[in-house]
Design a protein around this ligand. Structure first.
Ligand SMILES: *[C@@H]1O[C@H](CO)[C@@H](O)[C@H](O)[C@H]1NC(C)=O
Ligand SMILES: *[C@@H]1O[C@H](CO)[C@@H](O)[C@H](O)[C@H]1NC(C)=O
Ligand SMILES: *[C@@H]1O[C@H](CO)[C@@H](O)[C@H](O)[C@H]1NC(C)=O
Ligand SMILES: *[C@@H]1O[C@H](CO)[C@@H](O)[C@H](O)[C@H]1NC(C)=O
Ligand SMILES: *[C@@H]1O[C@H](CO)[C@@H](O)[C@H](O)[C@H]1NC(C)=O
Ligand SMILES: *[C@@H]1O[C@H](CO)[C@@H](O)[C@H](O)[C@H]1NC(C)=O
Ligand SMILES: *[C@@H]1O[C@H](CO)[C@@H](O)[C@H](O)[C@H]1NC(C)=O
Ligand SMILES: *[C@@H]1O[C@H](CO)[C@@H](O)[C@H](O)[C@H]1NC(C)=O
Length: 757
């Protein structure tokens, strides 16, 4: 059987995607709770219920064949889904299928692990606005489903924090190099999930890896500290990006659910992490991982998140690192927040001065004066600086130009170093565009984009005696930003084009955050550096920023639903950069548009007072699944029981009360007309009047009725209708606009993305 591509949106180190492999005989079993519980056992003890199911299966299968391996229960799930996971033979699975309440079985899948100042860039100022003292006594809990945590890190100190909220049901599980005392009032829970992983690979070797919530990878420590790390003065990466490190919601509590191990992470473990987090009482789930674009009924993150949202937990996920190609986005379910990644205004320039007097700018995490004097520059015929391809006689004492290929850039720089080069200029291939995400090389390295790199390559291979020097400029602020990262996965939404995805963008390039001191920043064997903070790029880095923002909104508005928090973040997002021009892609000066950044870049100070909210009820999401023509068994995965679709009540993607509009016409259709109804809730000023402003996309006309919404109390809901009439197009085409309700300082904006195809 083939499964969709599975991505864990870890740091962008090498390739971003791999195929999933099917684990041996482990299945996630969805059960109809009403039937299992009613017919079999007493309520609330699902572990016993399912153990009894497994016991009876063992009895039956052993009667038939005494060579059969025992079936084994791994996890009982209660909130993320209703069901369990178990190790089963094919025969045992056949028996299970006859059990009353059985809905479906999905084989477990293994996911391969690939991979400070952003808070200021978000406009978050200590002691001001949303971070003012009255909001700081926050008891919001963020659950991080990732590779664990380094608990002793300063970012997880609990100085000045109040007692743990009494509603908290989580625990601090002991394990390899992890004791109960590793948790505190900041890190209030730590659990680890390995049963699916160990079925696949055998017992985790505790000399190679912590069999506990302790982080072997760095990724979980980085994301946790980005979402909710405590204040740490004087943080930097070898002096770069210096300043006060802090998580987006630095007063929130952190609970860690480790589901990723040395080789990969299994879906049964991930689901167990989500399930426990919801039971423990987290308010926000941060998941920097995802399956590729998959129908929701095959996407365990979409299914598990649905259970979380049902319990009122906000779920933030990464859009993926498969950009810049269209329709590459993961995590496209409308009930979760999908976060794209963009640059902040900070960079680390490396200015290359070529012998002909021309300057080219790259980026580098190296510092010092090693290369300020001109030396010969060399572009090898082999171009990629592969192992054994560099001739020491030709390379010695030179700056070597290497094209980025499939090989890790660290290995390329090690090859240059081995051949006695003095520095490397790493040039993006055409497919890498002008991306400027940076890696912590030991060896002096400047990375340059494709356009600038082409000039460097031309100069190095045509000049008689080419030379270059490099000046590492350290940390520079004030660059044009935000700019959308090339790697950030793009819409349109391939699962349902009637919902715009991603939802928003947030800082995700060259982000400084906490790092386990036992791991080198590059992860390379020869790298003996130990750092407390490391710089990483990926939608894995942008996702926890939004998790932190959701926690901030939750601390001010306890009663807002996950959909309401999403709405606030989306309708207040901005689309102009700090130079007042439209936010662009890194490779182009053209506006990036909703398929790159959704509603725009998050703006926390505005999101906390959005004026109006677009809310969505759980029931509507189920009716939405009906519109996708999922079978009743597929919808039952979300409902937890056999849900009957109403005969006329299916809600199409465009009909969900979503805070954005994806409008799709067929090529060649004359005067096609689509109507959308939306309902907004007043959370701004009791008596207020909102007027609509429309930025009309090319190729359509837009009619909004009514044009004024007049509220006389808080909590009041009013509806409006939008009709979009499309002119005929003869080929595929997209155009963008927006619809904004304006009342004084409140501007409630929804993007409109019109596509003909
Ligand atoms: C883990 O704990 C063991 C036993 O206490 C100790 O020898 C080892 O140094 C610890 N490892 C790390 C990386 O802290
Ligand atoms: C665990 O890893 C260590 C170090 O790599 C190795 O020496 C040992 O044999 C491994 N143990 C098992 C049971 O594989
Ligand atoms: C900040 O760190 C630098 C280098 O690590 C050190 O020299 C300096 O004294 C520190 N400053 C403070 C205020 O701790
Ligand atoms: C290395 O380059 C030198 C000088 O160009 C040349 O004489 C020598 O043959 C090269 N060595 C190899 C192994 O290609
Ligand atoms: C990179 O790998 C892909 C797939 O293995 C291959 O098709 C491509 O030619 C490689 N590119 C380079 C530059 O080596
Ligand atoms: C679902 O089925 C209906 C009726 O056959 C069809 O009109 C609609 O386009 C289908 N929707 C999807 C998303 O396939
Ligand atoms: C769900 O309901 C449908 C229609 O009522 C029925 O045909 C089907 O057998 C039910 N499935 C389960 C698993 O109970
Ligand atoms: C489309 O609308 C335009 C303007 O309202 C009108 O002139 C034209 O006849 C219409 N075409 C069709 C095929 O209805």
């Amino acid at each position: 059987m083939m499964f969709g591509k599975i991505l864990l949106f870890l740091v962008l180190v090498t390739t971003a995607s791999i195929g999933a492999t099917m684990a041996k005989n482990t299945y996630i079993i969805h059960m109809d709770k009403t039937k299992t519980v009613a017919n079999l056992f007493r309520q609330g003890d699902s572990m016993q219920t399912y153990q009894a199911v497994i016991d009876s299966i063992n009895e039956i299968s052993l009667q038939e064949d005494d060579q059969e391996q025992q079936a084994e229960l791994l996890y009982a799930y209660e909130t993320a889904i209703s069901g369990f996971s178990a190790k089963l033979s094919t025969k045992q699975l056949q028996i299970l299928k006859k059990v009353d309440g059985f809905l479906s079985a999905t084989p477990d899948q293994m996911l391969q692990l690939h991979t400070t100042n952003s808070q200021q860039f978000l406009g978050l100022q200590n002691g001001k606005g949303i971070l003012s003292a009255s909001n700081l006594a926050s008891d919001v809990i963020i659950g991080i489903v990732d590779s664990g945590i380094w608990p002793e890190h300063e970012s997880f100190k609990d100085t000045g924090m109040s007692a743990i909220p009494s509603r908290w049901k989580g625990v601090c599980e002991e394990g390899t190099n992890f004791s109960k005392s590793n948790c505190n009032k900041k890190l209030i829970g730590a659990r680890y999930f390995f049963k699916g992983y160990e079925v696949e690979y055998g017992r985790i070797n505790e000399t190679e890896e912590f069999r506990s919530a302790r982080d072997n990878e760095g990724h979980g420590t980085h994301t946790a500290s980005t979402a909710a790390g405590s204040l740490v003065a004087n943080a930097s990466f070898s002096g770069l990006a210096p300043g006060m490190a802090r998580g987006t919601s630095y007063t929130s509590r952190i609970a860690v659910y480790k589901v990723c191990w040395r080789l990969d992470c299994s879906t049964s473990d991930i689901l167990a992490g989500i399930d426990k987090a919801v039971q423990d009482g987290v308010d926000v789930l941060s998941m920097s991982l995802g399956l590729g674009p998959l129908p929701f009924h095959s996407d365990i993150l979409a299914i598990g998140s649905f259970g979380a949202i049902k319990s009122g937990v906000f779920v933030s996920t990464s859009a993926g690192n498969a950009g810049p190609f269209s329709s590459t986005l993961s995590n496209s379910a409308p009930w979760i927040m999908s976060v794209a990644a963009s640059y902040i205004d900070r960079t680390f320039p490396a200015v290359i001065r070529l012998g002909n007097g021309k300057f080219v700018e790259g980026i580098s995490l190296n510092s010092g004066n090693a290369l300020t004097k001109p030396v010969p520059i060399y572009y090898p015929l082999s171009r990629f600086c592969l192992d054994g391809s560099l001739n020491e006689t030709e390379v010695k004492g030179k700056i070597v130009v290497c094209r980025k290929g499939n090989l890790s850039a660290y290995i390329q720089s090690e090859n240059v170093k081995k051949a006695k080069g003095v520095g490397m200029i790493l040039v993006n291939p055409k497919s890498g565009g002008d991306e400027q995400s940076v890696q912590p090389h030991i060896f002096p390295t400047a990375r340059v984009g494709y356009t600038a790199g082409k000039y460097v390559r031309w100069y190095a291979s045509t000049a008689k005696k080419p030379t270059a020097s490099i000046i590492f400029k350290g940390t520079v602020y004030g660059r044009t930003a935000p700019v959308i990262a090339r790697f950030s996965s793009r819409g349109p939404n391939s699962v349902d084009p009637d919902v715009i995805k991603p939802d928003v963008t947030a800082p995700g390039v060259n982000i400084l955050a906490a790092w386990p001191p036992i791991l080198s920043p590059s992860g390379r064997l020869g790298d003996t550096r130990s750092v407390l903070f490391n710089i990483k790029s990926g939608t894995s880095m942008s996702c926890p920023h939004v998790s932190g923002l959701a926690a901030l909104l939750k601390s001010v508005h306890r009663d807002w639903s996950p959909a309401a928090i999403k709405s606030a973040l989306m309708t207040t997002a901005y689309t102009l950069n700090n130079k007042k021009s439209p936010i662009a892609d890194v490779d182009s000066s053209n506006s990036a548009g909703p398929f790159a950044y959704g509603s725009g870049h998050v703006d926390p100070e505005r999101a906390v007072y959005p004026g109006l909210l677009y809310d969505i009820a759980m029931e509507d999401y189920l009716k939405y699944l009906c519109s996708l023509n999922y079978t009743s068994a597929e919808i039952a995965l979300f409902a937890g029981e056999n849900f009957t679709c109403p005969s006329n009540g299916a809600i199409r993607g465009g009909e969900l009360n979503y805070p954005s509009f994806a409008v799709n016409f067929k090529v060649g259709v004359q005067n096609g007309s689509l109507e959308y109804e939306r309902t907004v809730t007043n959370v701004g000023t009791p008596t207020s009047s909102y007027a609509v402003q429309v930025e009309v996309p090319h190729g359509v006309s837009v009619i909004v009725k009514p044009k004024i919404l007049s509220f006389n109390k808080l909590g009041q809901k009013l509806s409006y209708k939008v009709t979009i009439v499309g002119k005929s197009k003869t080929s595929s085409y997209s155009s963008f606009g927006s619809l904004t309700w304006v009342s004084g300082k409140f501007k409630v904006r929804s993007p409109i993305a019109v596509t003909w195809q």
